[in-house]
Ligand binder design. Sequence first.
Ligand code: NAD
Ligand code: LMR
Length: 334
Amino acid sequence: MFAASRIQTRAFSASARQLTKVSVLGAAGGIGQPLSLLLKLNPRVSELALYDIRGAPGVGADLSHINTKSTVKGYEPTASGLADALKGSEIVLIPAGVPRKPGMTRDDLFNTNASIVRDLAKACAESCPEANILVISNPVNSTVPIVSEIFKKAGVYNPKRLFGVTTLDVVRASRFVSEIKGTDPKDENITVVGGHSGVTIVPLFSQSKHSELSKNEQLIHRVQFGGDEVVKAKDGAGSATLSMAMAGARMAESLLRAAQGEKGVIEPTFVDSPLYKDQGIDFFASKVELGPNGVEKIYPVGPIDEVEQKLLDACLVDLKKNIQKGKDFVAANP
Ligand code: NAD
Ligand code: LMR
């Protein structure tokens, strides 16, 4: 009897592990569509829920014809549609909000995107308080604190489950280095710490195979302002969408691998971090080991050279202001 129930439990947990609902908020947008496509192709995802203020049912119908096992549904832009999309989600990716146009900083998006992210965070706190929340909407340095404040207010904040997606900075750094060195980008593992805008993006080339690159100002600038390159090239039609979709799908995949028992899954990501709390900086991106409970271990920045120390000092100044701006917004606009 005991043995039978143990077998049953094991069978249950095996199938439970395969039932992974992932939702995308802003799913009909420039990032949302290719991101949803990549998630539809991911065998670890069993149910894909798509929500947007416009167009999600159409994107859902389109993706639902792809012959992979997962089910897909696009939800109507109503409070109950949003709640239904979120219920039971293990991962919620949020690329909802406006993108930059040439001449804008990410902070210029704050006025529009802060309230979008706040309202979506409220819905998540209500319908899927235990989900991993992956914030893509800019300015990430401020939108992540907004989500944490909303979850705190609702009494459901779990710092291990909130992630600002900075994966694109890591993806870019590895690609740009491979272009200089003539190598395969998959072999170029570059740690990027700090935040996700301009000088808050701090690549640590001294920790890579090519430590001399930490003196390459052009390369550092390219990683810090890679987003601007795309905004300029798109000439008013938005910012990075396809590379971002790949980066968001990679981050979701890493979380799913870790949730499904794989050890040693590490991604740099912007999380509630002890590293600079003594300086009043509650969030910081560094290498994070992921596990079944979300954040498993936050790695310190590690040894860096003088140039990188200067970059880090500049990062912390801006980061502190960006984080405070998010917190102040929720205090003034609960
Ligand atoms: P987009 O305008 O193409 O798509 C945004 C989508 O969000 C639209 O479909 C829109 O209808 C939807 N939306 C707006 N308000 C919503 C709400 N309240 N609920 C649900 N959906 C809503 O923009 P995009 O190019 O996909 O970019 C989205 C965001 O991602 C921007 O803020 C952009 O700056 C940011 N971004 C972040 C990174 C990163 O590395 N973290 C990279 C690229 C872009
Ligand atoms: C990026 O890094 O590409 C995104 O944050 C979008 C932007 O505004 O640059």
